[in-house]
Write a protein that binds this ligand. Structure first.
Ligand code: IMP
Length: 342
C-alpha cells in the first residue's frame, strides 16, 4: 500500500516577507490579545504549567508584565491552591492547571472557589480524547462562563474543532515540539508546531489559539502570531530565570537552573514516586536573571516583528502576513553565520 505524505513546515523553514510600513515608533504597536471573552492581556505570552517554570512568583511577575502564568498541577490540591492564592499573587489574574482524571474536578473547584483562579488549563499531552470531552463538560457545568477554560494539547484542525465544540474557550496547539519533549522519539507521533498552528487557525470556531512547544526566539513568536496564534506558551524561553521554582546552582563558576519535561523520569518520580511512559528529559540551563529582562527582550522583538510586516496589532498581522519558504542555504544566511565562518 502506498501512503501519501503531507508536506509540513516549521519555524526555520519559513520567513515573513518584509512589507511597507508607516510605523514610526514601537510604541504605536498594540501587542494585546484576548484569551477568553472579556479577558485581555497586554502581551500574548503565557508561562507553561511546569514545575520548573510556573509557581506563585512566576505567575505574579507574568501578570505584572502583562502576560499570564499557569500554576502547574504536580502537587496536592491544597498546595496548588496555596500557590494560586499566595500573598504575592493577590489581586492578579492567575491560571491553574488540572488533568482529566482522578482529582481534577476537586482540584478545579479548590483552585477557583477557594483560591480565586480565573483561568483553568486542562493540561494533558494528548488532548483530542474522549476523556477531554467529559472534563470540559464537567467544568462548564460547574462554572459556566465564569471561568476561562483552556484545553489541549491538539495538533490538528479536527482536534481544535472538537475541543472548541466541547466548550473550550482557548486551545493549546502543538504536540511533540517542546524542547524537553521526547514524544516523537518515543511514539512516532506529532506535528511540527508551526504547521499545527497554521492548520488550526483555519478553524471557524471562536476559541482562541495558544501555540505551544519549540518556540526558541521572539522571531518564532512572531511567526506563531502571523500563522494565527493568539498567544504563545513558553517553557525553555523562560527557563533559568530568577522567578522559576528551584535553586540556582554552580558548575565550574557558572550559574544554572534545572528545566525538565513533566513526563521526564525525574519529574515523574518527584510527583508520583515512579516513572512510566517517559516522554521528556531533564536538563540544566544557564541562569538568566529576572524574567522581566527576558520578557522585555521578547516584547521588543514582537513589536519589531509587527513593524516589519507594517502591522499595528496582532489581528492585523494575522491578515496581512506573508510567509515564504527558505532553502537550507537561506536558513544558513538567516543565522548569525559569522559564528560558523571564523
Ligand atoms: P518549550 O517551550 O519548547 O520548552 O516547550 C514547553 C512545552 O513542552 C510545554 O508547554 C508542554 O506543552 C510541553 N511539555 C512539557 N513537559 C513535557 C514532557 O515531558 N514531554 C513532552 N512535552 C512536554
Amino acid at each position: 500500500m502506498i501512503k501519501k505524505f503531507k508536506d509540513t513546515i516549521t519555524f526555520d523553514d519559513v520567513l515573513l516577507e518584509p512589507q511597507y510600513s508607516d510605523i514610526t515608533s514601537r510604541g504605536e504597536i498594540d501587542t494585546s490579545s484576548e484569551l477568553c471573552e472579556g479577558l485581555r492581556f497586554e502581551l500574548p505570552i503565557i508561562s507553561s504549567p511546569m514545575d520548573t517554570i510556573t509557581e506563585s512568583h512566576m505567575a505574579s511577575t507574568m501578570a505584572d508584565l502583562g502576560g499570564l502564568g499557569i500554576i502547574h498541577r504536580y502537587n496536592s490540591v491544597e498546595t496548588q491552591g496555596a500557590l494560586v492564592s499566595a500573598a504575592e499573587t493577590g489581586g492578579r489574574i492567575v491560571g491553574a492547571a488540572i488533568g482529566i482524571s482522578g482529582d481534577y474536578l476537586e482540584r478545579a473547584k479548590y483552585a477557583v472557589d477557594h483560591s480565586g483562579a480565573k483561568v483553568l488549563c486542562i493540561d494533558v499531552a494528548h488532548g483530542h480524547h474522549a476523556m477531554m470531552q467529559r472534563a470540559i463538560g464537567n467544568l462548564k457545568d460547574e462554572f459556566g462562563d465564569y471561568v476561562c477554560v483552556i484545553a489541549g494539547n491538539v495538533a490538528t484542525l479536527e482536534g481544535f474543532n472538537d475541543l472548541a465544540d466541547w466548550g473550550a474557550d482557548s486551545i493549546r496547539v502543538g504536540i511533540g515540539g517542546g524542547s524537553i519533549c521526547s514524544t516523537r522519539i518515543q511514539t512516532g507521533h506529532g506535528m511540527p508546531t508551526l504547521q499545527s498552528v497554521l492548520e488550526c487557525s483555519q478553524s471557524d470556531r471562536s476559541a482562541t489559539l495558544i501555540a505551544d512547544g519549540g518556540i526558541k526566539t521572539s522571531g518564532d513568536i512572531v511567526k506563531c502570531l502571523a500563522a494565527g496564534a493568539d498567544f504563545v506558551l513558553l517553557g525553555s524561553l523562560l527557563a533559568g530565570t530568577q522567578e522559576t521554582p528551584g535553586k540556582v546552582f554552580y558548575n565550574q563558576g557558572r550559574q544554572y537552573k534545572a528545566y525538565r519535561g513533566m513526563a521526564s523520569v525525574e519529574a515523574q518520580i518527584n510527583w508520583r514516586g515512579h516513572a512510566a511512559s517517559v516522554e521528556g528529559v531533564s536538563h540544566v540551563v544557564p541562569y538568566k536573571g529576572t524574567v522581566e529582562k527576558t520578557i522585555n527582550e521578547l516584547s521588543r522583538g514582537i513589536r519589531s516583528g509587527l513593524s516589519y510586516s507594517g502591522c499595528r496589532s496582532i489581528a492585523e498581522l494575522q491578515t496581512r502576513a506573508r510567509f515564504i519558504r527558505q532553502t537550507p542555504a537561506g536558513q544558513f544566511e538567516s543565522s548569525t553565520h559569522i559564528k560558523s565562518r571564523f
